[in-house]
Design a protein around this ligand. Sequence first.
Ligand SMILES: [Fe+2]
Length: 354
Amino acid sequence: MDDRDRASAPAGDRPTGTGLYWDERRQFLMVEGVIARDIATFPLMPRPKRRMRTEAGDGPAPRAAAFDTLGGNTTLGIHLSEVPPGGEKQGHRHLDEATFYIVSGRGWSELRQADGLPDQRVDWQAGDVITIPSNAWHKHYNADPTQPALQLAFKNTRLLRKLFGSREFVYQNDFRFHDRYDDEADYWTRREAGDDGALRINAIHDVVNEPVEPDSSAGTAVGIRRYAMGGHRTIDHALLEIGVGGRTRPHRPLAEEAFVVLRGSGATRLWTDGGETTIEWTAGDLVSPPFGTWREHVQSGAEAVRLLRFRNSFIERALDIADAEALDGELPVRWPSVIECDRSAVVTPSGTEG
Ligand SMILES: [Fe+2]
């Protein structure tokens, strides 16, 4: 046991005014706010009711913190969790689309889609991004006997729980998305350009040094690379660069989002009709601008900024909006081209509608 096993936080299932509280039902330290600084050293709390149970007895309580309500979010889940030194986490499946960024440490994950096939192993270390396709079986291991590994997972869990209202449906579902992941031999190494401009990839090693493409429509000195990972339908991933002296254009996405500052320093200016605020950030911070606020990100200092951005884009997917950014913060309008169909246009063999 180390000091963090004795950590405590205000109890309760609702905000306390400190921005931190212990949710007993969910067994999570809940973190509120717009920014969580220095994720690698962020306090974690043990989850006693989520102990791994084995034939040898109960394992240690896993430690984690949940940033699910960062930015006031309700559909983008963000969990920071530890794989203990030399340890492992319980293998499981869930319908959640998940992608995690490795904050620190090194280890590997084993995944499979079909029962009866061997697990596929993907190794990871700090700075990598790994996807967990919906409902694929997976288990995480720490390869370091002395240091914990920290995973920051981005998920659509809360959206699924809202839609279906059933924990059992999300966690004990026999359906397999073979179209998303089918135990292919090259699953963890493939790298393909998609028709939509996103790179299809399932493991990104050393993401901070990935190439980006200049995008003058996104701002001044801004580059971007979009990734389609795990066959995810709603969790979107992008790497953004803001060069020295650069800034993104003001934007208001139709999605909840959060970003990890991978390199450099800068600030996010947020505003609504009611006021504005500016939040400074630096490498290692996690930032989630609240839904509905206008925002722009501004680089500072001598080094270009690199941000790893996650969004839950279910609104644009569900409404079939091709480019939400092009809406410029306006809601899409569907002006009808037809008010009522001409039902007499249907001709049946007998010559009358039927
Ligand atoms: Fe999982």
